[in-house]
Write a new protein. Structure first.
Length: 137
């Protein structure tokens, strides 16, 4: 019984040491030597972008087209010329594109981003087809 206090002191020292080490491990230590770095700057909300797809040709002519929506998914559409649609997004970058084929002798496509024409193509001939693409950033 005389040496029982030694076991108590050893257990107490081990417990205090474990609590101290756990506190160090759970605490954020800004030491670049162990791989910590500063947080990146917070960006503000990006402005809204408006993307307009336009397909033109002889009025009333049927057209089959595909375009990329604001999620990057392909949308297939059968419509009559002229055809237009608008997309609105807050994404930093967005792939955009439209492909169209018509029975008409002429068809044209245009992509307008925030009021600026970014791509325009015209195709002439039987079963005309056009392709417009713009990486929006």
């Amino acid at each position: 019984m005389k040496s029982a206090w030694v076991y108590g002191v050893v257990l107490l020292v081990l417990g205090v040491t474990a609590i101290f080490i756990a506190g160090l491990r759970l605490r954020e230590i800004p030491d670049l030597a162990i791989g910590h770095s500063t947080k990146p700057p917070t960006l503000g909300r990006t402005g809204e972008k408006v993307i307009d797809y336009e397909i033109d040709g002889p009025a009333g002519t049927p057209v089959r087209l595909s375009y990329l929506d604001e999620q990057g998914n392909v949308k297939d559409v059968s419509a009559d010329l002229p055809w237009r649609t608008s997309l609105r997004t807050h994404k930093l970058t967005l792939p955009t594109g439209v492909v169209a084929q018509s029975d008409a002798d002429q068809v044209s496509c245009r992509i307008v981003v925030d009021g600026q024409s970014r791509d325009a193509q015209v195709s002439k001939g039987r079963f005309a087809s056009v392709n417009c693409t713009v990486p929006v950033s």
